[in-house]
Structures are given as C-alpha cells and as structure tokens.
Write a protein that binds this ligand. Structure first.
Ligand code: ADP
Ligand code: MG
Length: 642
C-alpha cells in the first residue's frame, strides 16, 4: 500500500470523532480522482470484476475504495466514512462481487442463495446501488441483483426473490416485510451493508435496521458506509460490527472564510414569514434560496412575488434555455431572488449573489458546502442563512464540521424592529422628497386646503401619508393567538396567514390522515415516518406532525397524494400491522388542534423541541417594492396624482 494511503486511515477513535468527511463538491469520476497512486489491478480483485470496472471507465480506486476494499476482501467488518460522491457504492460492491465470483468458481457455479443484503434509505438509492452492482457484475454469469423497495407492488419482487437473487438491495421497511412474509431468506447471508447509514437514521430507520441485523446469521461480514457519524450510528456500529476497520476519508474544505454563516430556528410553517422579515432588514444584492423540491421552488417564488419581491424559480423541470435566461436576469439585477433546487443551481456562478438562504436544509453536508459556495464569490464577502426546524437541529454540528466554521445562531427580526425600520424608511422618504422634488404645487394646494377646511397641516400630512401607503398599513402586526372560536375567520384569510401563528395547525397543502396503528401496537414516530416515506415515495420532509393515539395515529401528509401513493400506503405495514391509511374524515382539517396534539417525529436521541422559535407573522405588511424602492415609490405615486 502506498504511503499516502495510511494517512487516510485513521485510528478507531479519531474516525469515530471525525463526523463528516468533506470533500470538494464535484461529482462522478472527478470527485474520486484524488491522488491515490493505486490501481484496481493492485487490489487482488477477480478478473471479471476488473473487466467490468474497465468497461465503466474507472481508472483507479477512489481514496475510500482504496482503503476499504482490501479490508473487506480480507473479511473484516468495515466502517467507511466519506462524503457523498466519493464512490462508496463501489467500495462495498466490488469486494462483495469479487468474492462471490471466486466462490462460484470453487462451487462450480453461483449459488442461488441471497448472500449479500444492502440496506439503503430510499427507493432511488436502492435502485442506484442495484444498478451499480449490476454493472460491476456484467461479466459474471448467472448472477442476479434484486432491488426491493416500498411504493411498488409486491408481485414482481416476490417473483424475483423466488427465482433467487444473490444480492438484494432494499429499503428497510420493505426488507422487513419480506422477512416477515418469509419471502426473503437470510439464512445464507454472508455480507450486510448499511449504505448511507446517517440518512437511514435521519429517516427514522434505526429500529428497522436493528431488527434486520438481529435477524441475520451471527457469522457474517458487516459494512457500514456513511457520510457522517452521528452517535446513534456509532452505537449501531458498536453493537453489530465486529472489530471493524474504521476508515475515514477527509476531503478539502471548500467554504471560504469570507462567507458568514448563520442559522435561524424556525418551524416549517413560519419559514415564509421569517424569510420576509430577514429580507426586510438584511442588506442584500442577489439572493439564492434553496428548497428541496421542484414544486417548492415555484411555490416559494410565487409567494415571494406576491409579497412584492422580485423572485424567480429554477428547477430541473424548467428547460435549460429558460433557466439560463433566469440566471441572466439575476446577474443583470432584473430579479433579486432565485429560488432553486440543488440540481438546478449546480455550478451557478453569479458574483452578485450576496446571500444564500437554505430555506430547506440540504440532505447532506456536501450540498450545504456547495450551496453556500454560491456566495462570497470573486473575493466578495457573502452571507449564508440556514433555516433549521427543531428536529433538524442535530444536523448543525455536521455542517459546522464540514465547513470547519461555526454557524452562529441568529434571531428573527422582531415585530418592533421591523416596524421601527419601516417608520424610519417612511421618514427618509419624506426627507428625500422634500430635498429632491419640486413640491411647490402641492404646497399651494395644501395651504388652500388648510384655510378652506380649517384643518391643521399635520392632519393633512397624516392623511397624505395614508394615501402614499396606497391603503396598506405601514406596520406589521403580531398575529393574534386565535382561540378555537376565531380560528375559522383566521383560516379564511386569503393570504394564508391563518394557518400560521403559535397554535400548531396543518401546514398549507397538507391534510390529516389516519392510520390504524397506535400506542397499542407500540408504533414509534420513527417507524411511521420510515414506512410512509418509503412506501408512499415521500421525503421525510413531506411528513408533518404525528399524533400517536391509543389504537390509531394521525399523520399530517400532503393533501394531494396520488391514487398510487394512497393505494401503496393503505397496504403498508408497520410492525407487521396493516396501517390502512385514509383521510381522517371524522375531523375538519386543522380544526381545534392544539399545540400539544401533534408531536413531531423526534428520534429519542435528537434534541427535543428545545428552542422552538415561535413568532407572529406580519399579516398586514406592505409588499416590498424591491431594494431601495422606498423613496421612488412615494414619488411616482405622488406624480401620478397630479
Ligand atoms: P457515494 O455513495 O460516496 O455518494 P457513489 O458510489 O454514488 O458515491 O459514486 C459517485 C460517482 O462516482 C458515481 O457516478 C460512480 O459511478 C463514480 N465512481 C465511483 N468510483 C469511481 C472510480 N473509482 N472512478 C471513477 N468514478 C467512480
Ligand atoms: Mg452512496
């Protein structure tokens, strides 16, 4: 092994401490081309696997591959920590296949038994891993990889399992289902991989993963791959891995120190108001706000526009040409705010961006690093603000580690502060108008009015100020806490503010669903999130409050679930019980639901809702006209009245 490799293999303790391994935010081959002077041919791999690697065009192993493949070929348990995009899939797939190929030679053909089980957090990742296995196994005869995941019919998976698959790649919920149905026989299992272990934990699969691990044979090899090492993962590693080689690959820091990072604790439904307030007090040039889904880009851009900001959305569904035009508009200052998904903003390079808002927290630290790299460009200083909901707080430390910079907590600008600012701006407009405009015509008009109506000038000025405001109140207001009786009125508001405020109600676009498992079935919030996310093809972020009752539970989910999703979810099982998911018809949506009724799906080991930031929205705010528009607006409306 060449010398530089030993540096990447840290001892057990430091690997465990070194939570995220951060690397440059690049993808594919470039990401893994990181100065490892070792070739795949040095790694004692089976010739068929080597041939496949050369087919897919890999030149040499990535650092995590170079370090873990020998240990795995040796039969050791392995903990592999490396940032996203560093080639972890091949790191565990290549040695597994190489061993199976050699075993098949010895036994005169491949056995049909399931020898390898890979657990992955989502359907997409399971499919990706299965595809990777298939491509590396291209030259191995009689060899099958079967992905099994939630949200798709059991039939084909059952057939696949019956025919026999040497490698099964699955999401935890569905794997448990197959184990309990007896369709997945793990008695000949030799190798288990927990892929993207931190993400599995994040999605609430810890218990499922443990349940699966404890139903596998004692004699087996276990590998755990992850981008970060939260304590719960360390605990699982300790319990289920036998004297593992812990390998942590460090990447380069990519965030410049000229970007100031802050975070704001905010509940999901308050994010829009929070952003609005921040935009009012922060000095900014161009802004990019990151959200998690394509739909959310359009949604947030619409809402910002309706509040008077110049915002536009870019996402992967928008044709390339149009995306480019939007980016140009940002560059030229025709728009100020770009609302984007990670994919759409990849590589975006606009010097004007002075603030990055992580409206939805990114899925991994690499994305975070990439996102905030959109500001502080060309030697300028940048600002990054991260919205964190209480249950996301535990991710902060990984982010701080990835960027090697502290992320300071920021406070939401208060109602008083916003109002002070607005009054100040209004006064400035008066000053500017008096100094810069010819007001003689109006002076005469007012003087006449004062005499004719016998009204003091200050009264007239006040009336004119109201006119200048165009019917919009100048001050923002705290939203009153709506007692049950007043809620209907609050919810009737067109601006959507009724769904916010200190009393927890449904998030806009969500509905309450009922599932037929509750305390009696010993369900935990985590298993509900996991099962619903997987079987319904939802992201965990789309799953809102969960209220576990005695023999059923209420779950907040998007109101517009598709027929397929509903069908899949009605057949989903949690702990072996069918959940029969259905809309909770018995109750009016969002009615009378007190703050205590919905519980967010906290994991035991996550911080509780210690720092819920509750604040009132500013239902009455005047739409902002864009940067520095204050005085200009006043002028133009005065002129138009001439
Ligand atoms: P991770 O699981 O660490 O996020 P992946 O396993 O998904 O990363 O790999 C990221 C990308 O790198 C994939 O497109 C994969 O095909 C590619 N890749 C992996 N190993 C190599 C290699 N040795 N040489 C070139 N590309 C590689
Ligand atoms: Mg991966």
């Amino acid at each position: 092994m060449p010398e530089n490799l030993t540096e990447q293999i840290t001892d057990t303790t430091s690997a465990a401490e070194a939570a995220p391994a951060d690397s440059a935010p690049t993808t594919g081959a470039a990401a893994v081309d990181d100065g490892v002077d070792i070739l795949f041919t040095d790694l004692k791999l089976d010739g068929r696997v080597l041939a496949a690697l050369s087919d897919v065009g890999y030149e040499k192993p990535s650092p995590i591959q170079a370090a873990t493949i020998p240990a795995l070929l040796d039969g050791r348990d392995v903990v592999g920590l490396a940032q996203t995009g560093t080639g972890k899939t091949a790191a565990f797939a290549i040695p597994a296949l190489s061993k199976m190929a050699e075993l098949a030679d010895i036994n005169g053909g491949p056995s049909k038994n399931t020898q390898v089980l890979v657990l992955a957090p989502t359907r997409e990742l399971a499919l990706q891993v299965a595809e990777a296995f298939t491509s590396y196994a291209k030259h191995m005869d009689g060899f099958t990889v079967l992905p099994v995941y939630g949200g798709s019919p059991y039939g084909p998976q059952l057939n696949g399992l019956r025919r026999g698959a040497q490698v099964v790649v699955g999401t935890p919920g569905r794997v448990i289902d197959h184990i309990s149905k007896g369709s997945l026989d793990l008695s000949n299992l030799e190798y288990v991989v927990l892929d993207e272990a931190d993400e599995m934990l994040r999605m609430g699969f810890a218990e499922d993963v443990e349940q699966i691990l404890s139903s596998t044979p004692d004699e087996k090899q276990v590998a755990l791959f992850s981008a970060t090492m939260p304590p719960a993962i360390r605990r699982i590693a300790k319990k289920y891995l036998n004297d593992p080689a812990e390998i942590s690959v460090k990447g380069k820091t990519t965030t410049g120190t000229n970007t100031r990072q802050r975070y704001l604790q905010v509940m999901g439904p308050h994010k829009l108001d929070a952003l609005t307030r921040i935009l009012e007090v922060e000095d900014y040039d161009g802004i990019i706000a990151f959200v998690r889904t394509k739909m959310a880009t359009e949604d947030l851009a619409d809402k910002l526009r309706s509040r008077g900001f110049s915002a536009a959305a870019i996402n992967g569904d928008i044709p390339q040409q149009q995306r480019e035009r939007t980016v140009e508009a940002l560059r030229d200052g025709k728009i100020d705010i770009l609302v984007a998904t990670d994919v759409a903003a990849r590589g975006l390079d606009v010097d004007r961006i002075s603030l990055v808002v992580n409206y939805d927290i990114p899925h991994d630290t690499e994305s975070y690093v990439h996102r905030i790299g959109r500001t502080g460009r060309a030697g300028r200083s940048g600002d990054a603000i991260l919205f964190i909901t209480p249950r996301e707080k535990y991710l902060l430390r990984s982010i701080e580690k990835a960027t090697r910079q502290p992320v300071e907590q920021m406070q939401l600008p208060s109602t008083a502060k916003i109002n002070e600012l607005r009054l100040g701006k209004f006064a400035d407009r008066i000053t500017q108008t008096l100094s810069g405009e010819d007001v003689s015509l109006f002076r005469e008009l007012i003087a006449n009015y004062e005499q004719e109506h016998d009204v003091p000038a200050s009264e007239i000025a006040a009336a004119l100020a109201v006119m200048a405001q165009g019917g919009q109140p100048i001050l923002v207001q705290d939203i009153p806490v709506a007692p049950a009786g007043q809620r209907e009125r609050a919810e009737g508001r067109k601006d959507g503010f009724g769904s916010r405020g200190p009393t927890r109600t449904l998030t806009e676009g969500n509905a309450t669903y009922r599932i037929a498992v509750g305390r009696r079935q010993r369900v935990m919030p985590g298993s509900i999130v996991g099962a619903i996310a997987n079987e319904g093809g939802l992201s965990s972020a789309q799953i809102g409050g969960i209220d576990i009752r005695a023999d059923h539970s209420l779950v907040e989910l998007p109101a517009d679930l598709s027929k397929d999703q509903l069908r899949a979810l009605s057949r989903t099982r949690i702990g072996g019980e069918l959940i029969h998911l259905e809309l909770d018809k018995g109750r009016k949506p969002a009615a009378g639901r007190g703050a205590g009724e919905f519980k967010k799906p906290f994991r035991k080991d996550y911080p509780k809702r210690d720092g819920d930031t509750r604040f009132s929205g500013d239902a009455t705010r005047k739409p902002r006209q864009g940067k520095g528009a204050g005085a200009g607006t006043g002028r133009s409306s005065a002129q138009s009245e001439q």
